[in-house]
Design a protein around this ligand. Structure first.
Ligand code: OOG
Ligand code: MG
Length: 262
């Protein structure tokens, strides 16, 4: 750790304030170039602590920057991990108030729900599949608090990996009933296809993202709890949305899920 507790608390309050006020900011590594990975996750943890203290429930975990398309779009090369909140949960077909967000983008994701806890190190996709209850289609709405979505990995980790809203729905599938690598996804905006891909875009197999998360948490003495919901990361690049846009995600043999920006 390179930052003291006062700086961590100050940065957490600043970034969470930007989220709650829908205001952007410059990436924090501009002012704190010395900060390290532990500092970045410590800031995210402090944001989580602040939310829980205010009565917010943490309802899931997420992996991000897990596909080549996303890494290329953001100019980074390593996955990141964060959390999603109760107030971020949008019902399938629901409305998302755009003025509560800065510059939202949508991502098609395979969402895992676990039946057993998973603890790294050494977690691999076999362990993930054995511990998975089911998967379902999900749209993640990301909203970086950084101006023009310009950040580096440490800044985006501190900013809870741009977490904002999410929609899950469609049909669930047991992990052994589907080949997640060839699982096709089609995302439409206002009836036009804007992104398409297959599960293998996420680290060769989306369960790899869950294994990396378990190993990441294991290194910190934590685990993925039984029952956890986890967003495994955008399969395609993220698509910008504006007021009035209708988003729908179809996942092969798993129905569709959608939302509307108002
Ligand atoms: C970081 C969050 C990325 C994903 O699925 O790749 C993410 C960002 O691109 O703002 O959630
Ligand atoms: Mg995502």
């Amino acid at each position: 750790m390179k930052l003291d507790k006062t700086s961590i608390d100050k940065l957490a309050a600043h970034l969470e304030g930007c989220e709650l006020k829908a205001q952007d900011t410059l990436k924090i590594t501009d002012e704190y170039p010395e900060m390290d990975w532990d500092d970045a996750y410590a800031i995210q943890d402090e944001i989580r602590r602040r939310k829980i203290a205010r009565g917010t429930r943490i309802v899931g975990l997420k992996a991000g920057l897990t596909s080549f398309a996303k890494m290329k779009q953001m100019g980074v090369s390593t996955p990141v991990f964060g959390f999603v909140t109760d107030y971020g949960s949008v019902p399938d077909g629901g409305e998302i108030a755009i003025d509560k967000l800065i510059h939202p983008k949508v991502e098609p994701e395979i969402v895992f729900v676990m039946k057993q806890a998973l603890k790294g190190p050494g977690c691999h996709i076999g362990a993930v599949l054995a511990a998975t209850d089911f998967i379902m289609p999900g749209i993640e709405i990301i909203d970086s608090r950084y101006r023009d979505f310009k950040f580096d990995l440490k800044s985006v980790i501190a900013d809870n990996t741009s977490s904002a809203r999410f929609v899950v729905g469609g049909k669930i599938k047991l992990a052994d009933a589907v080949d997640m690598r060839t699982l096709g996804v089609v995302m439409e905006k206002n009836g036009e296809i804007v992104a398409l891909g297959a599960g293998a875009a996420v680290l060769g197999h989306p369960a790899t993202a869950i294994a990396l998360l378990a190993n990441h948490l294991g290194a910190r003495g934590e685990e993925i709890p039984a029952g956890a919901m986890i967003l495994s990361g955008g399969i395609t690049e993220a698509i910008a949305v504006k007021r009035g846009d209708n988003i729908s995600l179809r996942m092969q043999d798993m129905g569709s899920v959608g939302c509307r920006f108002v």
